[in-house]
Ligand binder design. Structure first.
Ligand code: SF4
Length: 488
């Protein structure tokens, strides 16, 4: 029986914050919002990496560690030439699973697969824990590699993913960190045997990852916490030393940027701050006006020929067209075919429907980036797409520069701004949308729609929900411009 508690991911949690490790071990019920999307990307990539070595052997038994350890030992003894996937090792109660393990003439080559596009310092720490356990379990690790996503890889089809991963040699960097692992492991074991450590919230709650216990640790935090103004220690520490936790108690002299002053003024007075210049800037723009929003999907392991990992692939747009003040019609496009890449028909429908003149409002620089990718992909549509880019008017920087309401709590996302300008407007309530209420849920819905085993009823239902969601995003922009202009 292995002692309760440590694994590589738990040591990593402890390095972020000892309290997080304690909570993760003893109070998992308090955990919220674990990053499921990142896990899904990691799993998808791990499977793709394994497909590159069809002769390899997968060590299963995710929850039966003694069996996984025994199977790894046997595999290494019997078939040292075949790569192992998820090989298990243990030392002093610390268990690790190795993504890819190769037996080579002079020792073992350990490969950690990560869904990032470069090597990060925490990957070195992560791999050092693996190597420390393996070496102490009696295996000789000669080389450590980090296989990360090569974002210039272009999928050529037929399941050929050679080149998707870039292998970086991190052996030396790992050797420098390895001597520290013993100390971490023993101090964390002592920590886990005791009471929950008393650690105040701080920068570590969001670095290097958002901590899933933020809701628990900060349930009693101030209504308007200082982090709405800045996460910088230089800003926060002198205020905390004075016992100040709420924006409303921050002396004005401590504010250093216009953004901080806007947030502070609105929060202290309890009233929105709106610079009327925004009305003048918007009033200059002619009709017809377009309000445009895209939905996209990205795959860490590309499924469509000619696409790259994480490329934003558009499949849906919504557009409200305002031909004269208050005169609106709606247009939309959604490709749910799934057997063919959606980008070309998407681009064609866009150039066909966006007319030839008039501002096109968007609420982020995202749409411009997606259209620029389409220009690269479809040179025959380039001129018409470039014209669309030239007409885009991004409302987000305008809102950030000219508007803040205390209820926005530091966010200028359209979903944070909208309730402050259209309180109680029934047609603008994202919560009424049921299943698809944000971009992430929209992606999930799209992926479910294009899955061959999804029933027709379910596809139709999700299709309607996707259309409703995207339509609301562009209606929100119409209302935002209306509101800003009405404040002249
Ligand atoms: S929320 Fe912050 S203080 Fe609480 S466990 Fe997480 S990192 Fe530690």
């Amino acid at each position: 029986m292995l002692p309760r508690g440590l694994s590589k991911s738990k040591i990593m949690a402890g390095l972020q914050c000892p309290k997080r490790l304690w909570l993760q071990t003893h109070r998992r019920d308090l955990m919220q919002d674990d990053n499921q999307q990142a896990y899904a990307a990691g799993n998808e990539l791990g499977e793709a990496a394994r497909r590159l070595y069809p002769e390899g052997q997968l060590i299963e038994h995710v929850f039966d560690i003694p069996k996984a350890l025994a199977e790894t030992q046997a595999a290494l003894a019997e078939k040292p030439q075949a790569p192992l996937f998820e090989a298990a090792f243990q030392h002093e109660g610390v268990v690790v699973r190795v993504d890819l393990l190769f037996s080579e003439e002079d020792g073992l080559r350990l490969v950690e697969v990560k869904s990032t596009t470069s090597v990060k310092p925490l990957h070195i720490t992560d791999s050092a824990i693996q190597a420390w356990v393996m070496e102490n379990a009696g295996y000789q690790v000669k080389r450590v590699e980090l296989a990360h996503v090569n974002n210039s890889f272009v999928y050529q089809g037929d399941g050929d993913y050679m080149g998707l991963l870039t292998h970086a040699n991190i052996t030396e960097a790992v050797s420098e960190i390895k001597p520290k692992v013993n100390g971490w492991a023993s101090s964390f074991k002592t920590l886990l045997a005791g009471e929950m450590p008393d650690i105040a919230s701080g920068e570590q709650c969001h670095k290097p990852y958002d901590c899933p216990f933020d809701g628990f640790c900060n349930k009693d935090q101030a209504e308007y916490p200082l982090t709405l103004l800045s996460y910088s220690r230089k800003f926060l520490e002198p205020l905390s030393a004075e016992g100040i936790t709420d924006i409303r108690n921050v002396p004005e002299a401590m504010l250093t940027t216009d953004k901080q002053r806007r947030i502070w003024t609105a929060t202290v007075t309890g009233k929105p701050v709106l610079d009327k210049k925004i009305a003048g800037e918007l009033a200059k723009l002619p009709y017809p006006r377009y309000y445009l929003d895209f939905e996209t999907v990205g795959y860490v392991v590309p499924i469509w020929k000619g696409t790259r990992p994480y490329q934003s692939l558009p499949y849906q747009w919504s557009c409200h067209l305002e031909t004269a003040p208050g005169t609106l019609t709606h247009m939309e496009y959604l490709d749910v075919d799934g057997t063919q890449p959606p980008m070309r028909p998407f681009a064609e429908s866009l150039v066909e429907k966006m007319g030839s003149d008039g501002p096109i409002f968007v609420y982020s620089s995202y749409e411009a980036g997606v259209i620029k990718e389409l220009i690269e992909m479809y040179p025959d549509l380039a001129k018409r797409l470039e014209k669309i880019v030239g007409r885009l008017v991004d409302l987000l920087p305008l809102a950030q520069k000219h508007y803040y309401h205390p209820a926005m709590k530091g966010s200028w996302s359209i979903k944070a701004v909208l309730p402050t300008i259209a309180e109680g407007a029934a047609d603008l309530d994202y919560k009424k949308l049921d299943e698809v209420q944000n971009g992430l849920l929209a992606q999930e819905a799209y992926l479910e729609i294009i899955r061959p085993d999804t029933s027709k009823e379910r596809r139709d239902d999700l299709t309607r929900k996707l259309l409703d969601y995207c339509k609301l995003d562009t209606l929100a922009m119409v209302r935002l411009v209306e509101y800003f202009q009405s404040q002249d």
